[in-house]
Design a protein. Sequence first.
Length: 223
Amino acid sequence: MRITVIANALPPPKEVFLRSCRESDLVLAADGGANFCRDLGITPHWIIGDLDSISASNLDFFQSVHSIVYRFPVEKDETDLELALKQAVRLGADKIHLFSWADERVDYSLGTLFVVNTLSVPIELYTQRAHVFVVNRKSSPWRDSVTKFKTNRGKQNRKISIFPLIGPVTLKTKGLKWNLNWRKGDSVQRISQSNEIIGKEAEIHCKSGAIFIVVDASARPHS
């Protein structure tokens, strides 16, 4: 089951979000993410959170059209987005597309990456200009944790950056301008920022640890 989740940071890329909603089995809004849904004509199946960000008029509207509202206390251990992601997993998601998760609140945005790493479901995170993927052996949908990125025709030399999330990290790459060979015993924390996909396809083999990958929006993963 594919589930689209939208939070309450910056507005989502409109066309990508609408396509994801059309192709998903369920749409979940984390609190104020429901405001974006109303603006874009989407009715979320679930609205989850402490409901301090959704407008009163939008809450009344979605309740009138039978969206399921799951209210939590304002003082709680998890963020609204974390609650929505965990609910998506409980509902049977085997793939999640996540929107409006990042903005100038750096702690919130980075915290989301660590939350995603705890889940056993592959999640693609979208911003206006990039896709972000958290890759580990637990949640990787690709055999042997091999992540492949295929570029659109005529769109080679797309930017890609790779950062350790949980170490130690062991990985190898193919198809990048500067291919990587990070070994578990390396004492220096490695990063690869503004690397490039130089052909039609790149591969990232992550054998241990967890990484997050930021790619130009014109590159997409495939198995």
